[in-house]
Design a protein around this ligand. Sequence first.
Ligand SMILES: *[C@@H]1O[C@H](CO)[C@@H](O)[C@H](O)[C@H]1NC(C)=O
Ligand SMILES: *[C@@H]1O[C@H](CO)[C@@H](O)[C@H](O)[C@H]1NC(C)=O
Ligand SMILES: *[C@@H]1O[C@H](CO)[C@@H](O)[C@H](O)[C@H]1NC(C)=O
Ligand SMILES: *[C@@H]1O[C@H](CO)[C@@H](O)[C@H](O)[C@H]1NC(C)=O
Ligand SMILES: *[C@@H]1O[C@H](CO)[C@@H](O)[C@H](O)[C@H]1NC(C)=O
Ligand SMILES: *[C@@H]1O[C@H](CO)[C@@H](O)[C@H](O)[C@H]1NC(C)=O
Length: 336
Amino acid sequence: MAREIAMPKIVLSLLLGTLIAMPTSVESMGVCYGMLGDNLPEPSDVISLYQSNRIDAMRLYNPNSDTLNALKGTNISLMVGVPNEELATFASNASAAAFWVQNNILAYEGVSFKYIAVGNELMGENASNILPAMHNIHNAITSAGLQDQIKVSTSVRFDVLSETSPPSNAIFSSSHMGPVVQFLANTSGPLLVNIYPYFSYAYSNGAIPLDFALFTAPDAVVYDNEYQYKNLFDAMVDSVYYAMEKVGYSNVSIVVSESGWPSYGGVGTTMENAQIYNQNLINHSAYGTPKRPGNLETYIFAMFMENMKTGDEVERNFGLFYPDQSPVYTVNFNYT
Ligand SMILES: *[C@@H]1O[C@H](CO)[C@@H](O)[C@H](O)[C@H]1NC(C)=O
Ligand SMILES: *[C@@H]1O[C@H](CO)[C@@H](O)[C@H](O)[C@H]1NC(C)=O
Ligand SMILES: *[C@@H]1O[C@H](CO)[C@@H](O)[C@H](O)[C@H]1NC(C)=O
Ligand SMILES: *[C@@H]1O[C@H](CO)[C@@H](O)[C@H](O)[C@H]1NC(C)=O
Ligand SMILES: *[C@@H]1O[C@H](CO)[C@@H](O)[C@H](O)[C@H]1NC(C)=O
Ligand SMILES: *[C@@H]1O[C@H](CO)[C@@H](O)[C@H](O)[C@H]1NC(C)=O
């Protein structure tokens, strides 16, 4: 009797395990095409560079028309940004949001739009514009019948969280996040999160071991209830999952909208470390995290060295390629 009851349970859990572990798509790796350089190649050359390296997804921070035209018919899937400066307008004016969707999305037939990132790392007083702007953009996408293909979300920094050690302690530090996550649950969209183990490592003053940040630790470093963490990236991603659960939603997924490692300009910034991190990140995207095994769509920051980026030296040194299109170091996107 006990055995008869136990059997289906085992079968069920095996089946669930299989379903959860099955990648939703093999094409889970993209690269951010940042344009803050005065020496970068033409968009059409950049697209060719994506194709020759078999990079099949792109994040674009602005709906740059030359790039959108060059993307037509390529089947490179696209995350496109609504710049932070425009959110106040789109939050208050639904017609302006619809106008933006018309001019930057609907006008580019043949571009494989996948996500619209309404704002990037927007914090502080203006964060209250994110949700109403997402609503208005989403309504325009729905009017066009594209709500199943194009998901409207926003890209947040990891420090929308506090208390992230261990991951199960994590909570959102700002009250604007709960309604954003509810919107994503309502619309089946993912939360876009920029995840940088590099900065956590660099600011930790030696407290975070380098191999834990580079995916090369031989053993678990963090133990958190039923989960063990061998790399910091997973601990960071799962922190966001825990925080989303605490505002009531365990069915919203995460897309890592930026991650990367600079090859110059700061602590731990060797070419070798950057190569190891990014190659491991590519491999890792097929496996997911302890809490959410399976495919984890991830975008590497960034395609190019960007000489016009402001801030610390490392900011200009995240690129996989130099402006002359030669690789800074080798990474292989054809990992399957
Ligand atoms: C386009 O890409 C999608 C996945 O992003 C893939 O399923 C599909 O087969 C591709 N189509 C062509 C024509 O390459
Ligand atoms: C809202 O946006 C539309 C389209 O850009 C514009 O014509 C209209 O003047 C705006 N309304 C307000 C109140 O700003
Ligand atoms: C908030 O948005 C307004 C209007 O876009 C802008 O002038 C202001 O500088 C922003 N505030 C912050 C803190 O970014
Ligand atoms: C989500 O959907 C519920 C039920 O339709 C609705 O009450 C709520 O306002 C929606 N939340 C957001 C943030 O859109
Ligand atoms: C996600 O969960 C919330 C709360 O349980 C529910 O209202 C919503 O319909 C769910 N969304 C999906 C896409 O399953
Ligand atoms: C890819 O990641 C998996 C899971 O973390 C690991 O078992 C495997 O050894 C990795 N492969 C390579 C080539 O690094």
